[in-house]
Ligand binder design. Sequence first.
Ligand SMILES: [Zn+2]
Ligand SMILES: [Zn+2]
Length: 276
Amino acid sequence: MSTSVKKIFKIVTETIFPPKCLVCRSFIDPPQSDDNGYSNAVDLSLDIQSQVERLFAKYLCWNCIGGLVVVESPLCSCCGLPFESRHGLDHCCGDCSAAPKTFRIARAPMVYEQVFTEVIHCYKYKGKIQLARPLGELLFSALRLFWNQDSIDVVIPVPLHLKRFRQRGFNQAYLLIRDWQTFAELMPLDLGDFEIERDVLFRTVSTTPQTGLDRRQRAANIKDAFELVNEAKIIDKRILLVDDVYTTGATVDECARLLLHHGAAQVDVLSLARAV
Ligand SMILES: [Zn+2]
Ligand SMILES: [Zn+2]
């Protein structure tokens, strides 16, 4: 389709089906944007709050955008939990002091509260797969914010069991990072070379959903649920595990345990949202 035909098609569609906020279903007036690809997609000058406003203006009303909560310091220097008090420096939380995590650090740009929970539900369960783009950009911005240049060798999405993958039709974590190499090429700053590996970590046990389980039950539920192949790809590598939501960290901790056992140099974790 030529660009002008596409534009006319878009105007007609939007007249018949005016866009609505994905969360509250009120009508929105989305900004006109480039639909031609990723050029100018990752604006380095913006902080996470401004990124959120830019990325979700097409999908959410301003009221719902205002309800999104960005993770801010002070936070746990290990698991990334934001502290209630907004004063002081980052430090280790009680939980990480009592039971140190296997991974080195975990970070997330967003708090897993009401509006963002609904955004993730739309993405994972309601077929709004187009959200992979803004969510992936948001995650990439978080990578730049929380990690130094050239500090990751391999990026691994937390895998789904084949049964779950077939039901859903996609791995939500992989779609978020699929375009990272394109983003990295557009960056004026070099993030270093990293590989995205999908054929290293596999989920061999189809666990019951973790929802409703406490920390100990989650850890037991997920134990030995993963298998590692192609070991050579992770030996002595600095790994970044990517997932959608960090709840108790049981899943990523189990993945980290396996990766480190097989020779990974370090394992870090990046999720879209952090449960508090
Ligand atoms: Zn709304
Ligand atoms: Zn912690």
